[in-house]
Design a protein around this ligand. Structure first.
Ligand code: PHE
Ligand code: ZN
Ligand code: ZN
Length: 471
């Protein structure tokens, strides 16, 4: 460390030391291993105030809210509104001045659907935001499976498309593009054949407009639908516009020209109370915010966000980022995301900020994301946990930030991937089962939160907040 750099840091040292009673002894090795020793010290100070125990008090409150409100806390429900009230009340009591950011979300609800050929039922999935139709039978047309960009160009759909149910392969362009092209060509409905194993869990995007009905089928059903002379399908679903809110709060201290943001989605899926997904991230960010008021001041402003409508397609966080002027975006130096920190059969994952692990279907974070990865990794390793990387696959609220070029990072304990024997050996839990068996179900309850996993990851939230409040 150069002398000048040390001088700059020592000013911060003085600042931190006078404002808090520094109880921790900084060991030589901790100093040596931390990239920024003052930030490390501050991070540890905040981490000391965030435990599985105090985070769990918030989890029980969220569980009780779900129980009083039909078992969930999803977009457009009283359960979500009461979750907002709860977090807002705790932030206010801690001295913050929280604000709500309103947005409109497009909500898709599917009630039933069917697909058949000559009376034989074919298993299928409705893509989110699909159009609806009573039972309709129509001749099949197809975009050849050999098309390199299947259904991505208007010219893929010939004159015979009009009035037909058109079959197209998945891939290359968005589902919504294929659906739009098929509609323009006059198709009655679209069936998309998967290009990999399993069913298609896809979305046309909330801005799909007024699309035709769109079903997905597994690759195994591909030849059956292509070779059917005609198909019969029905979709009972609706798309409605609902108001929702993000909840924001920020530290009074710290420069608003250099902001570190922590975010967690506060909504659950309609199927359950969402205590791991994502009460765990929300409660950890909330407890971090509460703790930080006791150990202020900070150098950078810390902004806490509780996102709405993540489960409907990252709607709240996307609204926040895209409605923020570029000049304000530029002041956000880092975004830290927390989604699922107490998975029942959980593990320890740090987002692969620098993209060095080349995980499938994942992108490298913007410049600076590698630093965030390193800070989480060092903290967890220091606790005796050996983390692995998870990819930026676009499945949580960091996505809009990363797309906007903001350095991003975060941690999670795993969702619907299967734990390997090697992972079970080092982390415990059950190999061959997914990380959270309760993922998106009514069983995502307080009782099913893994307290040991939460006990390691919640302090990591706090540590990173403290670290990047200084660094
Ligand atoms: N964001 C996903 C959800 O809320 C879960 C998830 C978390 C997936 C972290 C991958 C990594 O359902
Ligand atoms: Zn989630
Ligand atoms: Zn979820």
């Amino acid at each position: 460390m150069s002398a000048r750099r040390f001088l700059r840091r020592s000013l911060v040292t003085a600042c931190v030391a006078t404002s808090v009673a520094v109880a921790t002894t900084i060991t030589g090795s901790a100093l040596a291993s931390a990239a920024d020793p003052i930030a490390d010290r501050y991070g540890n100070l905040v981490a000391g105030g965030v435990t599985a125990t105090n985070v769990s008090a918030h989890l029980r409150a969220l569980q009780a809210i779900a129980a009083r409100n039909g078992g969930n806390r999803s977009l457009g429900t009283t359960g979500y509104l009461q979750s907002l009230d709860y977090v807002e009340g705790k932030l206010r009591a801690a001295g913050y001045m929280p604000t709500r950011q309103e947005f409109t979300a497009t909500q898709f609800e599917e009630r039933s659907h069917s697909l058949s050929a000559g009376g034989a039922a074919i298993e299928s999935e409705v893509l989110a935001y699909s159009g609806a139709t009573p039972s309709v039978t129509a001749p099949v047309t197809e975009v050849p499976a050999s098309d390199a960009t299947p259904g991505c160009e208007a010219s893929d759909f010939g004159a015979a498309t009009r009035g037909s149910i058109v079959v197209v392969e998945r891939g290359v362009c968005a589902f919504g593009d294929k659906a739009g092209n098929a509609k323009k060509a006059g198709a009655k409905a679209l069936v998309i054949v998967n290009n990999e194993d399993g069913s298609i869990q896809g979305t046309l995007g909330e801005d799909a407009g007024d699309p035709i009905p769109v079903l997905g089928v597994a690759r195994a059903q591909g030849s059956q639908v292509r070779q059917a002379g005609s198909l019969t399908l029905a979709v009972d679903a609706s798309t409605t516009r609902v108001k929702s809110w993000n909840l924001m709060a920020e530290t009074h201290f710290g420069s608003s020209d250099s902001v570190v943001m922590l975010g967690a989605h506060l909504d659950s899926v309609p199927e359950g109370p969402g205590i791991n997904d994502n009460g765990s991230g929300s409660a950890s960010v909330l407890q971090t915010a509460i703790t930080m008021t006791a150990v202020a001041p900070v150098r950078n402003k810390v902004r806490f966000a509780f996102w709405g409508a993540e489960e409907e397609g990252l709607i709240g966080s996307t609204h926040y980022v895209t409605s923020l002027p570029a000049s304000q975006q530029a002041k956000i130096k880092r975004y830290l995301n927390f989604d699922m920190l107490g998975s029942h059969n959980g593990g320890y994952f740090v987002y692969d900020g620098d993209g060095s692990s080349k995980l499938p279907d994942s992108y490298a974070g913007p410049a600076g994301s590698g630093t965030i990865e390193a800070v989480f990794t060092r903290f967890l390793t220091g606790r005796g946990v050996q983390p692995e990387v998870s990819g930026f696959d676009g499945r949580s609220d960091y996505d809009a930030f990363a797309q906007a070029g903001i350095a991003s990072g975060g941690i999670d304990s795993g969702a619907d991937k299967v734990k390997t024997p090697a992972q079970a050996a080092k982390w415990g839990g059950t190999a061959g089962e997914i990380f959270d068996q309760n993922y998106h179900t009514a069983q995502d309850t307080y009782a099913n939160v893994n307290q040991k996993v939460l006990g390691n990851l919640a302090p990591a939230v706090a540590y990173a907040a403290g670290y990047f409040a200084i660094n």
